[in-house]
Design a binder for this molecule. Structure first.
Ligand code: NAD
Length: 336
């Protein structure tokens, strides 16, 4: 029997997830929820800022529709509740979905604050269903390649790593309101903070600089993740570049015996430079969202707890960006 999914929140991310479910075997979107009737009918479609996101390939005609996400959670036919609501609502809806015994996929960042993130983790501990935060970079093929290369020491130790994620502002009320979205620091740059702790562990301390231009919260950040016995790691993230800039996502990682370079707009996207030669690294041609959802569905089918990313590790990433925010505000190094 197909796993029945209900998606709450039909914005950019909800539509991206719907596209993925439409292509996956053994899973069926049975219901969608959005308080905006035009989004609910499919008349108004959200668009993504990354090529391939929210393509609009989902047919809204054939599914149950709820204006109230809580009604979808109460629908007994739904096995997996996929929460693609704006960040401050993640806590309330995740708790309700756990209490209803559903499996839960919740978009990143896990929550607006560390306190909320920890409350989600605590509520999940007695939940019947499986749960996973949608930290999609952990599933992005060129990034899981990097994680494996780091974990297996394939090219020796990492000496330095730099991550960069820059964009024009996505627009819209949610992303313009720092109180709701947390600025680029929490909404965008958390992808890199999360990947840093995934590869290298939670740093001993962070030193960040940042500024606000649009949302009232940091819209551009540069962070050094300080490790006593680890590599030199930094990341830059921002979404206040002039309109027309678009979106770039890159990393350069220097191992003892090779250098890896990723550029989402590059051809190829991933290069390995070794012994004077640069070679394309072949990875699966899929986006992280596809692989993350396949993984969640697979875990449900096998009755196995997701391990690639857990709610607790996503809460750690919120702790990390909150430390970065404190460093921006005080100008000091902040220990974790
Ligand atoms: N993984 C990624 O790379 C990625 C990318 C973009 C956004 N996100 C995350 O996804 C989440 C949603 O972002 P988005 O860009 O899709 O936002 P959005 O504003 O485009 O969409 C949110 C939708 O939720 C609906 N909504 C709001 N309150 C509701 C309620 N109480 N009940 C039902 N529907 C309600 C809105 O009408 C809207 O359609 C955010 O947490 C964001 O950070 C993740």
């Amino acid at each position: 029997m197909a796993i029945k999914v209900g998606v709450i929140g039909l914005g950019m991310m909800g539509c991206t997830h719907l596209d993925v479910y439409a292509k996956l075997e053994g899973v069926e979107v049975a219901a969608v929820a959005d308080k905006n009737p035009k989004r609910l009918s499919g008349e108004e479609k959200a668009v993504g800022n990354v090529e391939g996101q929210a393509q609009g390939g989902f047919d809204f005609a054939s599914v149950k529709k709820y204006e109230d996400g809580m009604e979808l959670i109460a629908d007994e036919s739904i096995d997996l509740v996929d929460i693609c609501l704006v960040t401050p609502l993640h806590l309330e809806y995740a708790k309700a979905a756990f209490a209803a015994g559903k499996h839960v996929l919740v978009e990143k960042p896990l929550a607006r604050t560390l306190e909320d993130a920890r409350a989600i983790v605590a509520a999940s501990e007695t939940a019947k269903g499986l749960s996973m935060p949608a930290m999609c970079m952990r599933f992005w093929p060129e990034w899981s390649w990097l994680k494996d290369a780091v974990a297996q020491n394939t090219y020796g130790k990492v000496l330095s790593a730099h991550f960069s994620r820059l964009a024009s502002h996505p627009g819209g009320p949610f992303y313009s309101d720092g109180k709701a979205c947390g600025g680029a620091l929490l909404d965008l740059h958390i992808h890199d903070s999360d990947f840093v702790q995934y590869c290298f562990g939670v740093p001993d301390a962070v030193m960040s600089r940042g500024y606000s231009k649009i949302s009232g919260e940091p819209d551009h950040v540069m962070t050094q993740y300080l490790y006593e016995d680890g590599p030199m790691v930094s990341a830059e993230g921002g979404w206040s570049l002039s309109d027309g800039y678009g979106f770039t996502m890159r990393y350069v990682v220097n191992f003892e015996k090779a250098t890896a370079m990723f550029d989402i707009g590059g051809e190829p996207t991933l290069k390995l430079i070794q012994d004077g030669k640069s070679e394309a690294v072949k990875v699966r041609g899929a986006m992280g969202y596809e692989i993350e959802i396949e993984y969640m569905v697979d875990c449900i089918k096998q009755g196995k707890k997701p391990e690639t990313v857990t709610l607790a590790s996503a809460a750690e990433s919120v702790r990390l960006v909150e430390a970065e925010n404190k460093s921006i505000a005080t100008g000091n190094v902040v220990t974790l």
